[in-house]
Design a binder for this molecule. Structure first.
Ligand SMILES: [Zn+2]
Length: 187
């Protein structure tokens, strides 16, 4: 009840390669990307996830996805976690690569739709592929290798890809037991 050194309780579990953890959790002292336990510093990161329909829309049409982006707001969740200096540097570089990939996607989608407006359907299709493939590749390779990516976010929890196996085990071990189905009311 009153262990002064204990961090705030959180729930967590493994779901295959993914880690499912409560929003706002402060995770135990293991680097989230490489699993080491020394030379760490704390980091707060707000994850975002979009409806899977949005990714599907990008495969069909960058412009359709951009229109959906205006309607469908991303879901957000913040975590506090330890990370080592080397992993933090790689994370920042990978974030830069992702930003470039997104810019590439938007610019080439814009060019593609301009050409479609001029009636150049074949050029449009080629440019759409040129627009979408690099961003998709970066998302499923660089982003997952060097950062942590939110697969899904609901009202209470985040489902994360890219968390190191050792960190996943430490996070699940440091979690509070699952909540009972029926909790007494009041507090
Ligand atoms: Zn590390």
């Amino acid at each position: 009840m009153s262990a002064p050194e204990a961090a705030a309780p959180y729930a967590a579990r493994q779901n295959g390669e993914y880690l499912v953890v409560d929003k706002g959790a402060s995770l135990p002292g293991v680097c989230i990307k490489c699993g080491r336990t020394d030379g760490l510093h704390g980091r707060s990161h707000t994850f975002q996830s979009f409806d899977p329909a949005l990714y599907l829309a990008f495969l069909v049409s960058g412009a359709l996805a951009l229109i959906l982006l205006l309607w469908v707001r991303p879901k957000r969740g913040t975590l506090e976690f330890p990370i080592c200096d080397a992993c933090d540097r790689r994370w920042r570089r990978a974030s830069g690569v992702w930003t470039v990939a997104l810019l590439w996607l938007f610019v080439w989608s814009f060019v593609a739709y301009t050409l479609l407006g001029l009636g150049a359907v074949a050029a449009f299709l080629v440019l759409e592929i040129i627009a979408v493939i690099p961003a998709a590749l970066v998302r499923w390779t660089v982003s997952e290798w060097y950062t942590v990516v939110a697969i899904e976010i609901n009202d209470e929890q985040l489902s994360l890809a890219g968390v190191h196996e050792t960190a996943r085990q430490a996070i699940v071990a440091g979690a509070t037991p699952p909540k009972p189905l029926v909790e007494p009311s009041g507090g």
